[in-house]
Ligand binder design. Structure first.
Ligand SMILES: Nc1ncnc2c1ncn2[C@@H]1O[C@H](COP(=O)(O)OP(=O)(O)OP(=O)(O)O)[C@@H](O)[C@H]1O
Ligand SMILES: [Mg+2]
Length: 122
């Protein structure tokens, strides 16, 4: 299992989420974060003064998948996340030791499988 972590533009999230759902990967977490890349800061003019913002708002996606599914997730993020301009973001792939579904006590990759065609009842 691997954790795919992607830092993306806000506008890229909905197309990524929709395609992952269509591909059978409905399970993910997101966080609104602030970060900086290699450009460090962006300087803008505000009421006649130069203001440098060192942090830019991004969406962080976390998605744990089986090893064989990593390329599908990464390809989807790259496809919808790329504008070609600086600040498109980054993707990291991190090993995951174990996973548990709390409701059933199941462990391992079976906890990552989506219900076929299910919508949520909470
Ligand atoms: N090494 C990193 N570790 C953790 N987060 C990172 C890292 N690099 C980038 N990020 C996150 O991704 C966001 C977007 O990064 P960004 O796309 O600017 O990367 P970059 O390396 O500067 O590439 P580019 O030249 O295309 O801008 C950052 O604001 C930060 O939240
Ligand atoms: Mg950058």
């Amino acid at each position: 299992m691997k954790l795919v972590v992607a830092y993306i533009r806000h506008e890229a999230f909905e197309p990524i989420r929709t395609e992952l759902l269509d591909l059978g990967f409905p399970s993910l977490s997101i966080t609104e974060v602030k970060g900086s890349g290699r450009q460090r800061g962006i300087t803008e003019q505000y009421r006649g003064s130069s203001v440098t913002n060192y942090l830019r708002p991004k969406i962080k996606i976390e998605c744990v998948v089986a090893d064989g599914d990593v390329s599908t997730i990464v390809d989807t993020v790259l496809k919808h996340g790329r504008t070609g301009s600086i600040g498109d973001g980054k993707v990291f792939v991190i090993p995951v030791e174990q996973a548990y579904r709390i409701r059933t006590g199941e462990a391992g990759e079976e906890t990552l499988q989506a219900h076929p065609g299910a919508t949520a009842t909470v």
